[in-house]
Design a protein around this ligand. Structure first.
Ligand SMILES: Cc1ncc(C[n+]2csc(CCOP(=O)(O)OP(=O)(O)O)c2C)c(N)n1
Ligand SMILES: [Mg+2]
Length: 391
């Protein structure tokens, strides 16, 4: 019932002190006015900063368009990450190509930042013949082998134990990869969160846990999710560092993730990062957050928009101009528009693929079923010619 839920416990960040660490140990680099705390400002080349900004604008453009596609009945389902762009892009920037990503359904900007074009995401949302998984997964459940972006699972938290397994294997093989394990605040209540963090702590698995705390798990606010003061505090129980970072500050997220990834690569074990942000949209296209979420809370977080904050920083660094903005926005719109046209214009997967995609070599029982389908299709065509349809 709307009104009976208390607002999520939102620990407001104060302005960063000289070391960038404000109230409650929340790491910040970029202040509200765009000024950086010099002692913690990462040294990233301007080209990297601008590329991060491009990805943030691109995912926001895609989110806006894709939700409209869903409302128009052109795709079946969509999950927007509105407001969480910095948490994804800042962390994605900190990992290397060889590192493995175990994402959630709300992390598409990581795939974009690792070089996947928008059209690949839309092929998956349309479930067309060029979709990597040919419509076998719900929309937004992406999988991109070439960027080590592991297939997204709907069940909350399962990716955490899978990620730890990959990290542990890498350690045994002395393979210097780091594994990124993303989850939401709600996922911290899953069994897999406990099992994953416990195992990683004991075995010093090279994994970075990124808990993107958007303060809601569908309609469940953080205040009802946990009695812990912070999600980062949970790290203590598993014997690993817990870091709390302003998730709307792309450079703070980058800095914390880079430190954790370096640590993991040195063999010093896992870190839990809590990126404090806010889900500006509804949970998914099937949900209406206005029914359970106080509008003042939304208004307060709108003022902390991560893209606006980063733009102010870039402007101060003279890495942003009106012309640059125009080019980025127009480029994102053009890419999304072209991708929609291509993805929507591509036919659905051939029906045979439900048999041919299962095993490397088709077993006899599937061959039999495929032949039966072909006979039914041939019979159906005959009926259609007579103006009748088979049952
Ligand atoms: C094991 C399991 N339980 C319940 C669900 C239903 N469910 C889907 S999303 C979701 C909320 C997850 O919240 P959070 O981890 O905070 O991620 P967010 O959606 O906020 O990004 C739930 C409970 C599920 N998918 N899997
Ligand atoms: Mg959440």
């Amino acid at each position: 019932m709307a009104g009976t839920l208390r607002p999520a416990r939102t620990k407001q960040a104060s302005e960063p002190g000289p070391d960038g660490r404000a109230e409650l140990g929340l790491l910040q680099v970029i202040g509200a006015d765009g000024a950086a705390a010099k002692t913690v400002e990462p040294e990233l080349p301007v080209e990297d900063l601008q590329r991060m900004y491009r990805t943030m604008v691109l995912i926001r453009t895609l989110d806006e368009r894709a939700l409209k596609l869903q409302r128009a009945g052109r795709i079946g389902f969509y999950v927007s990450c509105l407001g969480q762009e910095a948490a994804q892009v800042g962390s994605a920037q900190a990992f290397e190509e060889r590192d493995w990503i175990f994402p959630t359904y709300r992390d598409p900007a990581i795939a974009l930042h690792r070089g996947i074009p928008v059209v690949e995401l839309l092929r998956q949302c349309f479930g067309n013949a060029r979709d990597r998984v040919r419509g076998r997964q719900m929309p937004v459940h992406y999988a991109f082998r070439e960027i080590r972006f592991v297939s997204i699972s709907s069940p909350i938290g399962t990716q955490l134990t899978q990620a730890v397994g990959v990290a542990h294997a890498a350690r045994i093989r002395r393979d210097p990869v780091v594994v990124a394990a993303y989850c939401g605040d709600g996922a911290t209540s899953s069994n897999d969160f406990h099992a994953g963090l416990n195992f990683a702590g004991v075995w010093k698995a090279p994994v970075v846990f990124l808990c993107v705390n958007n303060q809601w798990a569908i309609s469940c606010p953080s205040a009802k999710q946990t009695a812990s003061e912070t999600y980062a505090a949970k790290a203590v129980a598993y014997g690993m560092p817990g870091v709390r970072v302003d998730g709307n500050d792309v450079l703070a997220v980058y800095r914390a993730t880079k430190e954790a990834a370096d640590r993991a690569r040195r063999g010093e074990g896992p870190t839990l990062i809590e990126a404090l942000t806010y889900r500006m949209g509804s949970h998914s296209s099937s949900d209406d957050a206005a029914r359970y979420r106080p509008s003042e809370e939304w208004e307060a977080w709108k003022a902390k928009d991560p893209i606006d904050r980063f733009r102010r920083y870039l402007a101060r660094r003279r890495a942003w101009s009106e012309d640059f903005e125009h080019e980025v926005v127009a480029g994102a719109s053009a890419e999304v528009q072209a991708a929609i046209e291509e993805a929507e214009g591509t036919p659905v997967p051939a029906i045979e693929t439900i048999f041919t995609d299962v095993y490397a070599e088709m077993p006899p029982h599937l061959r039999e079923q495929l032949e039966e389908l072909r006979r039914a299709e041939a019979a159906g065509r005959g009926e259609e010619e007579k103006g009748e349809f088979p049952l």
